[in-house]
Design a protein around this ligand. Structure first.
Ligand code: X8Z
Ligand code: ZN
Length: 582
């Protein structure tokens, strides 16, 4: 084990950090490989090996970080100071000083993640247990409220057994964060944004204030249409809406409500899902579309190992973690995605999302190890989504997926479809970590996990559970990122940032049409700007990265409002005589 005395260069920050990076890179590769095996082949053994690798990495980081805390800040240059900070903050977990507790913590995280991946439910009238993909398909295709309720309740019940482990995880995660010098794990997460944790909380609340009026209009309109469709017994005309009728397990995206909510005479007349299915697109074909987009920007094709090593479909014979993710297993060029790709328009966008991570990872691979990360995690999540915003009907025609481009009279329909995906998502993305920050700080106790979760969802999303919940349930555990310990505020920030990138690039390229018709496909200048940001990794404070693409230095919710302006005006008129809010 490393101690202060065992580090010959402890007094020379630059030398010390170079050594630390070499050590950590080695441990990172070992841990990432073990983790890959676990994620693509869940067994007790792979769980053990993955947890062990993760523990080794976290313990070593904690030890190395301790040395940096002995330095006189006046004698540390800015680059080394940033590296030292990232050494403490790089992972969403810190190892408690007690090695036994560190092992227990990483075992718990692996176990919770495995428990989520193994979740199954046999809906009424079915003879076999269904996985999350199959249950999600029922949720988006059925309009029978009893089926929706059964599927929703059944999936949420799979999280019950996680409650005890999660409470212990919170205890140990907090211990690790305190040993690393933070008040609790939530504070450690909020310290990653070149702002104080308190400033960061305020920034997030400000961004939400900027965009909330748009969400509230969409909510009011959706409630009215859902009420007309399901009746007062299922969806009341006022107040919050039950969470099981949005066509998505967590009501985080409402795109499957589009047929119900499309503005009159503005349906763009195409649906990507049947187009992709009709062309017999397979998972590889889906990824090829996304790769070709990045290549059109002047970026390199993916390495051949990407195609050999990625997992693109759910294997028939074993448990895997199906939730999509992108990997750089050697922090260099061993890029992969792990995903159970379904041939749908929704997944077409997820594939672009994942490749955004891979292209980011490759662009910053020349940086020192501690700088191989996004400008902040919201940037990492926003890159592929920015590309997705350029998947316009005009783009689809260019690549042969569409024969005729809908005219401007269909603009409201196009905007509605995007809003159901992007605007509906905002309060969901916000509430998860509002909830977790309170859990980590102790403001929420374990005997109130589910109750507080629903108070948050009601306040942020204007939603309630479709049936009464009790503390026998652990509803937060039914969302991947909670058991997997993936911070979620990144997705809220990404939802804001991707529209800023899009607006910034449109401006830079002299676009004067509506933002939702703008595409960077084939635009080398856009590729250059994006790449300038990607190559920086996390070597500089994030405003520098934002400036490289947009010329702006602050995150700003006006871009998403600009994008949806015509829809918002239409919604306001539609909602004139119905209540807005809950
Ligand atoms: O988890 C993801 C990605 C993996 S980085 C598929 N997303 C969030 C989610 O699924 O809840 C993308 C958007 C939100
Ligand atoms: Zn992502």
């Amino acid at each position: 084990m490393s101690t202060l005395a065992s580090h010959p260069h402890a007094a020379d920050p630059t030398r010390f950090l170079l050594d630390a990076e070499a050590t950590l890179l080695d441990l990172y590769i070992e841990s990432a490989r073990a983790d890959w095996v676990y994620n693509t082949y869940i067994t007790d053994d792979s769980e053990f090996v993955s947890a062990r690798g993760n523990a080794r990495y976290l313990k070593e980081s904690a030890n190395l970080a301790k040395v940096t805390l002995t330095w006189d800040p006046k004698r540390v240059g800015p680059v080394d100071a940033r590296k030292a900070l990232l050494l403490r903050l790089g992972q969403p977990l810190a190892a408690p000083a007690d090695p036994k507790e560190a092992d227990e913590l990483t075992r718990l995280v692996a176990e919770l993640q495995g428990a989520y991946a193994k979740g199954r439910y046999t809906p009424r009238g079915h003879s076999k247990p269904l996985d999350l993909e199959a249950l999600s398909k029922l949720l988006r295709e059925s309009h029978d409220p009893t089926v929706l309720l059964d599927v929703w309740t059944g999936w949420h019940a799979t999280a019950r057994p996680m409650r005890k482990g999660y409470a212990r995880f919170v205890e140990l995660g907090n211990k690790g964060a305190r040993d690393a010098g933070f008040g609790d794990l939530g504070e450690m997460w909020r310290a990653k944004y070149d702002l104080t944790p308190a400033e960061f909380s305020r920034t997030v609340e400000h961004l939400w204030e900027q965009v909330a009026p748009l969400y509230k209009e969409l909510h009011a309109y959706a409630r009215r249409k859902l009420n007309e469709s399901y009746g007062d017994d299922v969806v009341a005309k006022t107040g919050p809406v039950p969470a099981h009728v949005f066509g998505n397990m967590w009501a985080q995206s409402w795109e499957y409500l589009f047929p119900l909510l499309a503005p009159p005479n503005a349906d763009p007349g195409f649906d990507l899902t049947p187009i992709l299915v009709g062309r017999k697109t397979d998972p590889v074909g889906m990824v090829k579309f996304a790769e070709a987009f990045f290549v059109s920007l002047g970026l390199d094709p993916l390495p051949s190992t990407f195609w050999e090593r990625s997992m693109l479909a759910r294997p028939r014979d074993r448990d895997v973690v199906c939730h999509a993710s992108a990997w750089d297993v050697d922090a260099d060029n061993d890029l992969r995605i792990k995903m159970c790709i379904e041939i749908t328009g929704e997944e077409f966008h997820v594939v672009h999302h994942e490749l955004g991570h891979n292209y980011y990872q490759r662009a910053y691979r020349a940086q020192p190890f501690l700088f191989r990360d996004g400008a902040h995690d919201g940037f990492h999540e926003a890159v592929g989504d920015t590309i997705s915003l350029s998947v316009t009907p005009e783009y689809l025609r260019t690549v042969g997926l569409l024969s005729t481009v809908p005219g401007p009279e269909k603009d409201l329909g196009l905007l509605m479809h995007k809003a159901l995906e992007k605007v509906a998502f905002l309060p969901f993305a916000l509430m998860i970590d509002r909830w977790r920050w309170d859990v980590f700080s102790g403001a929420i106790a374990p005997d109130d996990y589910t109750g507080s979760w629903w108070r948050q969802r009601r306040q942020s999303q204007g939603m309630v559970p479709p049936v009464e919940r009790s503390e026998a349930e652990f509803d937060p555990g039914a969302k991947f990122h909670v058991p997997a310990n993936t911070p979620y505020m990144r997705y809220f920030l990404a939802a804001i940032l991707q529209f800023q990138f899009h607006r910034g690039l449109a401006k830079a390229l002299g676009w004067s049409g509506p933002l939702h018709r703008f595409s960077i496909y084939g635009e080398k200048e856009a590729g250059k700007r994006l790449n300038a940001m990607l190559e920086m990794g996390t070597s500089r404070p994030w405003p520098d990265a934002l400036e490289a693409v947009t010329g702006e230095r602050e995150m700003d919710g006006t871009a998403i409002r600009d994008y949806f302006r015509p829809l918002e005006e239409w919604l306001k008129k539609e909602n004139r005589s119905s209540p807005v809010g809950w």
